[in-house]
Design a binder for this molecule. Structure first.
Ligand SMILES: Cc1cc2nc3c(=O)[nH]c(=O)nc-3n(C[C@H](O)[C@H](O)[C@H](O)COP(=O)(O)O)c2cc1C
Length: 189
């Protein structure tokens, strides 16, 4: 396979895009769009630019919700990813509905299929990664809409429709996954 060394400043190799929702210090609900994350068991790690409104409020209030949108939320993904909560209430601007979580002090976006309720545990800011704030958070609860569950309450994989962020420093795009293109893990062994 022929390969070339590239000098991109950044590279997104397919990260699921989601909304982070929270109540700010005044108790006002707001939202931001992010894609930098991973999760293991009951831990999530999220990456933010240090100057954003959402991360600076979440550092104070601790609780937030990860909401997974599908491809019908592209306008909302764009809006919440290119406007700051310092200047507007994105719930109102996008006509989204904040529902208070029962397990954390943060709003769930009613319109999204999956909500993951979290409490911040660690803030990681290093001189050598200036401008980046990583946070670790504990997952306190998960809520899935009935359409994305089978009769036994298990996740209906076909109904999970993540939008991926793919690109380099020059250009990023939204990449969609096709329904029915599923293989069970371990089925190739
Ligand atoms: C698809 C997409 C993915 C994004 N991913 C991230 C991310 O992982 N981390 C981040 O800090 N900002 C990310 N952004 C940019 C923020 O959403 C943007 O800076 C936003 O205006 C910040 O809003 P806030 O000031 O209300 O927090 C992303 C934007 C888009 C459109």
């Amino acid at each position: 396979m022929s390969k070339e060394r590239v000098n991109y400043k950044k590279m997104y190799y397919g990260f699921p895009i989601f909304f982070v929702s929270f109540y700010d210090e005044q108790g006002v609900p707001n939202i931001t769009t992010i894609s930098s994350s991973f999760s293991l068991m009951d831990m999530v790690c999220l990456g933010f630019g240090s100057k954003g409104y959402a991360i600076n409020e979440i550092k104070k209030v601790k609780d937030f919700v990860i909401n997974i949108p599908n491809r019908s939320f592209m306008k909302e993904i764009d809006f919440c990813g290119f406007n700051s909560g310092r200047d507007c209430n994105k719930f109102d601007a996008m006509n989204l509905t904040p529902i208070k979580s029962e397990v954390v002090n943060a709003p769930i976006i009613e319109e999204c299929t999956i909500a993951i309720e979290c409490t911040l545990t660690d803030i990681i800011e290093r001189e050598y990664y200036r401008g980046i704030t990583n946070i670790l958070a504990k997952v306190k609860g998960r809520i899935v809409s009935s359409e994305a569950l089978d009769e036994e309450g298990k996740l209906n994989y076909v109904e999970v429709d993540p939008v991926l962020y793919v690109g380099d420093s020059a250009k990023r795009v939204y990449r969609y996954t096709e329904k029915e293109t599923i293989d069970e893990a371990k089925s190739f062994l």
